[in-house]
Write a protein that binds this ligand. Structure first.
Ligand SMILES: CC(=O)Nc1ccn([C@@H]2O[C@H](CO)[C@@H](O)[C@H]2O)c(=O)n1
Length: 107
């Protein structure tokens, strides 16, 4: 647990926990319902499946990105290939035009 309290919470699918904790995954791409995070926000992170807390992160960048504009740099920051990343997003959100990139650092 961080010594400084968090502003809010965010969840991730359990299968990404190891990549987040190792620093291999440094961004997440969300839909409009999760576009409200602001640079500097400290977020308590737990699993979507069971709500188990696993770390705190701090938001370092938030920006809109079109699905069509996703590139290999985004994929690298997700620790995936671009094909995998697009498939994951489509699996989670269906057809989506605008995503919100949230870059974070581990606290
Ligand atoms: C659990 C929950 O509420 N929602 C989401 C939504 C997205 N993601 C991850 O963000 C990236 C692009 O969408 C990929 O790595 C996704 O798996 C996630 O882990 N959890």
């Amino acid at each position: 647990m961080s010594r400084i309290s968090c502003d809010a919470k965010i969840t991730f699918f359990e299968r990404f926990e190891a990549d987040i904790l190792s620093g291999a995954k440094t961004i997440t791409l969300r839909d409009e319902s999760e576009s409200h995070f602001r640079v500097g926000d400290r977020l308590s992170v737990s699993t979507f499946e069971t709500g188990r807390y696993f770390c705190d992160i701090q938001v370092v960048r938030v920006e809109a990105v079109a699905f069509e504009a996703l590139n290999s740099r985004h994929a690298e920051q997700e620790n995936m290939s671009l094909e995998q990343l697009k498939a994951v997003i489509t699996e989670i959100y269906g057809e989506i035009e605008t995503l919100y990139l949230i870059e974070y650092r581990l606290l």
